[in-house]
Design a protein around this ligand. Structure first.
Ligand code: G3P
Length: 220
């Protein structure tokens, strides 16, 4: 399973990259706004900076909601850097745009996925990645992880190559559950990735090893 970080914060991207396990970055307009970026030129510059840090698989979302606008914006984003993956929402025009981008060889990430039917349509349209939002499903009392399992099953049976990129990850447990369910990618906050590092028995065990090592040196 690949690990992406779900942020537009350059420090967090750099920190995740320094762990050596980062395969990509996902952003969305809300995450860009959180960084205080203003204006289209600044947005484009920020995407370039992200691409320079991570070097691969950077999802950048179109803002237009009509087909022609999505194509125009998607082409401009794709031209920024070879790492860019054009993020397109699951709408009627979005599906049309996915089909065109796929024909043109432009990589895409179909976002705002909340049902297996939407996942089916996105795969049929040739999306490179599919982003089911599992945390937001959990928020409305619907098990997000079950959607991942269902899509994994459908794609296996049907032979679709669209990669399942589990999004709206809220915890380290979500990451483990996605791995178990067969997601191809998880995109997570840095805190959820770092949460995987910790176990109290690891801390205790390491403290004991260090204490014993110190004793060996003291005895010699
Ligand atoms: O990339 C977008 C997705 O991960 C949203 O997450 O936490 O806003 O539901 P969240």
């Amino acid at each position: 399973m690949e690990f992406f970080i779900d942020t537009a914060n350059l420090d967090q991207i750099t920190q995740a990259r320094s762990l050596g396990i980062l395969d990509g970055v996902t952003t969305n307009p809300s995450l860009m706004a959180k960084e205080g970026i203003k204006g289209n030129a600044a947005v484009m510059e920020h995407y370039r900076n992200i691409c320079q840090i991570v070097g691969q698989n950077v999802s950048a979302e179109v803002i237009a909601t009509d087909y022609e606008g999505m194509l125009r914006e998607g082409l401009a984003l794709a031209a920024l850097h070879p790492a860019i993956v054009v993020k397109v929402p699951m709408t009627r025009d979005g599906v049309r745009a996915l089909t065109t981008f796929s024909r043109e060889g432009i990589r895409t990430n179909c976002t705002l996925i909340f049902s297996a039917g939407q996942a089916l349509l996105a795969a049929k349209a040739g999306a490179t990645y599919l982003s089911p939002f599992i945390g937001r499903l959990d928020d409305i009392n619907s098990a997000g992880i079950e959607l991942i399992s269902q899509i994994v099953q459908i794609y296996r049976v049907q032979g679709y190559t669209t990669k399942i990129l589990a999004a709206s990850i809220r915890s380290s447990l979500h990451i483990v559950q996605c791995a178990e369910a067969g997601a191809d990618v998880v995109t997570c906050p840095l805190s959820a990735i770092e949460g995987l590092l910790h176990h109290p028995l690891t801390n205790q065990g390491l403290a004991q090893f260090l204490a014993d090592h110190a004793r060996i040196n003291a005895d010699s």
